[in-house]
Design a protein around this ligand. Structure first.
Ligand SMILES: Cc1cc2nc3c(=O)[nH]c(=O)nc-3n(C[C@H](O)[C@H](O)[C@H](O)COP(=O)(O)O)c2cc1C
Length: 390
């Protein structure tokens, strides 16, 4: 996800959570990849995980240029085309979901890239720009080309992220498309996932966006896993490909597995149990607060609140060591960003603020917390909020 899930996030996520099969990079644009984009996609910075590079383009030459770069320089054999981004700066240039408003041009573009691409191509799409009826003209275009996967976020562009995904539009593709399908949209709980799988058992994959940012435990919960793959983590630490990351404080820590040992050997878990924050978290009537919270209007539009009400996961969050794990992740990600992000602490602060606009929903009075974090002018001020929170 643009601006959030770069390689440092993906790697930190992998050190603390599990359950994701494939990570998509935030989209790249242009004819050549910038240094930053190259850093984000290179395999050395993405060890032990399957990565799909995503491109946002409406120029066949640009697409093909990037396709050659990712294939020759980076060893990828696949690109994902973004036809879903709703941002005005993107759609006004007829890119992302904006490209859907010109099906003839889209068709010509696909024709050109599919006839010359050195890599296989999948598409991530919305169902139209202004009206769901556009979908009936868009889907047949995709059917003409050998897409390896069609990822459908069944909303029109004008809906941005509001309202509910249009499951009828997804059903139309489910019944008529020859492509392997991936469903994307409003998967916030395991129950959301199960409902989609129950209705569309033939889907090849489910893509999760905001749900994973709000609840990083979601993929492992869906898969019935109970934490990071420690064996994989140990492998990760011993492999040669880590040589270049020796200076990485987080990884060094991981190598010695201090955080894990510290966690196991110390009385930290006990302390955490006693932790007042946790107690407050447990004792508080979190759902009632969520219910009252006006900032949740956008979730209310959907069925999110109803799901939360029923959600047993919340109880599990309160009773388990999830808070401790979130804390470890926050620390690791922050240190990692501090070590590697260009732009210094200020840039790191910006990133952490963005991430907390999602994580805040795991805490009581999420808007208040988000506001407090947003108000932090320095990383020290941010850290003070973290200390208070954890
Ligand atoms: C901050 C933000 C950044 C995003 N960046 C991308 C992106 O780079 N590529 C992409 O395909 N989708 C991007 N998306 C869209 C999500 O991948 C996803 O399609 C959308 O949020 C709906 O799924 P969800 O309900 O699981 O979040 C972004 C969404 C958000 C909120």
């Amino acid at each position: 996800m643009e601006g959030i899930t770069g390689y440092l996030f993906r790697n930190a996520y992998q050190r603390h959570f599990s359950g994701i099969d494939t990570h998509f990079t935030p989209f790249v644009t242009g004819t050549h990849l910038s240094r930053k984009q190259k850093k984000d996609i290179c395999k050395e910075n993405n060890p032990d995980k399957e990565i799909v590079v995503q491109i946002l383009s409406n120029q066949a030459d640009d697409f093909l240029s990037v396709a050659h770069i990712v294939s020759k320089e980076f060893g990828y054999s696949h690109l994902n085309l973004n036809l879903g981004c709703p941002s005005a700066t993107v759609t006004s240039r007829k890119r992302g979901a904006g490209f859907l408003s010109d099906p003839d041009r889209l068709n010509r573009f696909l024709d050109e890239i599919f006839s010359a691409s050195p890599v296989t191509i999948s598409v991530k799409t919305r169902i139209g720009m202004h009206d769901a009826s556009e979908w009936e003209n868009i889907l047949p275009i995709y059917e003409k080309y050998p897409l390896t996967e069609l990822i459908i976020h069944p909303r029109i562009r004008d809906a941005f992220y509001g309202g509910l995904p249009d499951l009828e539009a997804f059903d139309y593709a489910y019944k008529s498309s020859r492509h392997p399908l991936c469903y994307n949209g409003n998967i916030f709980t395991k129950e959301d996932y199960e409902k989609i799988i129950a209705r569309f058992p033939g889907v090849q994959a489910i893509m999760i966006g905001r749900g994973l940012l709000i609840d990083p435990f979601l993929p492992e919960e869906i898969k019935g896993l109970s934490g990071p793959d420690v064996a994989a983590t140990a492998d990760l630490a011993s492999e040669d490909h880590l040589a270049h990351r020796k200076e990485d404080k987080c990884l060094a820590r991981l190598k010695e597995n201090k955080s894990l040992t510290r966690f196991k050997e110390s009385d930290r878990l006990a302390r955490l149990k006693e932790n007042k924050n946790l107690a407050r978290f447990k004792e508080s009537n979190r759902l009632a607060q969520l219910k009252e919270n006006k900032s949740l209007a956008r979730f209310k539009e959907g069925n999110r609140l109803a799901q939360l009400k029923e959600n047993k996961n919340l109880t599990r969050f309160r009773e388990s060591n999830r808070l401790a794990r979130l804390k470890e992740f926050e620390e690791d990600l922050r240190e990692s960003l501090l070590t590697y992000t260009e732009g210094g602490p200020h840039k790191v602060l910006e990133k952490m603020k963005e991430i907390w606009s999602f994580y805040c929903y795991n805490f009581e009075k999420p808007e208040k917390l988000a506001k407090k974090i947003r108000k932090a002018q320095t990383l020290d001020a941010y850290l003070a909020v973290m200390r208070e929170l954890f």
